[in-house]
Design a protein around this ligand. Structure first.
Ligand code: PRP
Ligand code: URA
Length: 212
């Protein structure tokens, strides 16, 4: 399948292996949480590839040498509640200075449209590289709404990290905001009549928090 512009498929063998275990119905909440955390870290590694560097020098035990460090990048990680929470720690382990905002959205089970119930973002969100995190990109309604809230509050550079996506969700989010950069580990077949991703992994929030 041709991916929309601005969509990156993170398909490293370690990622594919972990996604397979994540999908498995036999994987319980403890292992599920660990896998989501690890996958978020691996995705963040890919999503930060374009971060800029600044020249500096460092003195090794042998000699002084020119080298490069991150150019003071300010990052905000923004999970979509609930399931996005499972991805935060993995990203913070790579970018410990990142601030964390929260967007509370749930899908109305009848209409499948997102309902907002919470939004708390860092005040300087407009100066930060934003990573929205949510393991599932299904219809794309929740992700598109999250991107929209962030744009309204001044966010400029916005990335979306979702472990499993449906083609419908990728199309919806990239069409609603052509500048958002999307990173996914899998593009599945389609959505079923309840808006669940097929084959997917079921309800990510329930599997993370054991509320099945
Ligand atoms: C899930 C998931 C996404 C959303 C994806 O959350 O974590 O936020 O559905 O679906 P969409 O792309 O069709 O909007 P859910 O609404 O089940 O809430 P929860 O995380 O609180 O369980
Ligand atoms: N939300 C989930 O948790 N899983 C899906 O397949 C779709 C939306």
């Amino acid at each position: 399948m041709d991916l929309p512009v601005n969509v990156t498929l993170v398909d490293h063998p370690l990622v594919q292996h972990k996604v397979s275990v994540l999908r498995d119905i036999r994987t319980g909440p403890k292992e599920f949480r660990e896998l989501v955390r690890e996958l978020a870290m691996l995705m963040a590694y890919e999503a930060t590839r374009e971060f800029s560097l600044a020249d500096t020098t460092v003195k090794t035990p042998i000699t002084e040498t020119p080298t490069r460090v991150l150019a003071g990048k300010k990052v905000a990680v923004v999970p979509i509640l609930r399931a996005g929470l499972g991805m935060v720690d993995g990203i913070l382990s790579l970018i410990p200075a990142a601030k964390v905002g929260h967007i509370g959205l749930y899908r109305d089970p009848e209409t499948l449209t997102p309902v907002e119930y919470y939004c708390k973002l860092p005040e300087d969100i407009g100066e930060r590289d934003v990573m929205i995190v949510d393991p599932m990109l299904a219809t794309g309604g929740s992700a598109a709404a999250a991107v929209h809230f962030l744009r309204e509050r001044g966010a400029k550079a916005v990335r979306l990290l979702s472990i499993i996506s449906a083609p419908e969700g990728l199309a919806a989010v990239t069409e609603s905001d052509p500048d958002v950069k999307v990173y996914v580990c899998a593009v599945d077949s389609h959505l079923n009549e309840h808006g669940y991703i097929v084959p997917g992994l079921g309800d990510a929030g329930d599997r993370l928090f054991g509320t099945l």
